[in-house]
Design a protein around this ligand. Sequence first.
Ligand code: SF4
Ligand code: SF4
Length: 320
Amino acid sequence: MENSIPPALLQLLKKHRYHLVGKHSAVKRCKWLYEALIHDRSCYKQKFYGIKSHQCIQMTPSLFYCTQQCLFCWRAQSGDLQAKWNEMELPNWDDAEEIARESLKAQAKILTGYNGHPKTSWKKFTEALKPKHVAISLAGEPTLYAHLRELIHTFHHKGFTTFLVSNGTMPSKLAELNEEPTQLYISVCAPNENVFKHVCRPQVPNAWAKLNETLDLLPSFGCPTVTRMTLVKGHNMEFADGYAELVGKAEPTYIEAKAYMHVGFSGLRLDYSNMPSHEEVYDFARCLAERTGYYVIDEAPESRVVLLSKRRKPTSFETH
Ligand code: SF4
Ligand code: SF4
């Protein structure tokens, strides 16, 4: 790992079961991998889009680096727990092929923990050994990684589908993705610049303008696009008109309205009471539907998420 990353942070991340990959990437077991293998449950993305939770790798190529310090973020940010580093002092980037290869190895290592577990579904475990999807989303801003298009290409070449989650502050990097992810997420967690500054705490100049530039760019993508709103009670659930205006620019295929979850390092910045209930998320989604003409087409109360779409039915990426 890079010298500028405090060793105490690396220890902490290992304790939190991040599998560090190369200098700046990581794979982490999603709780839904566990739920799928042990309790036969699945995440809302399986329900909405057919992405099988037990065949999904949750990873990031940019673990320590981000253009924002969102209040609701579950990652460890510089300043949390006295560990400090410059989140915009970018490293010498690892090769995309190497990151993909090592991420697959990390996932295989994670899976060994389920081999022999008395409650593991053997059928699902066997399928999990052949993952099919990569969520490039775990933590950090992936568009900071210089070889992102090669990484997406490498995963696709190996037969994976990819969901890419970006905060939208690097429109030029998204514009140059000549290989699009299978589905592109842009986080839209504020209805206006004031709330944006308070909730997303940008670390780069003109971040709000950059996000808006990304939203303007979104209709040019061929893949399904999503604007994801992480809703934090008491912070960013007002001004539905502002959100509707942003949706109007981006014309996303889907909108995911999702409750902030009081997990990971976000507990250092927010309180349990900042998690809206599913009903509150649903009310927000209904308000947005009225203002945008989108339909509320699905929901997953256990994850407090509501799906809106221009289409009546989402595209399924289910593979066999
Ligand atoms: S799609 Fe997301 S929530 Fe679902 S299993 Fe993959 S990482 Fe977890
Ligand atoms: S943009 Fe994403 S990774 Fe960066 S601070 Fe916000 S939630 Fe965390």
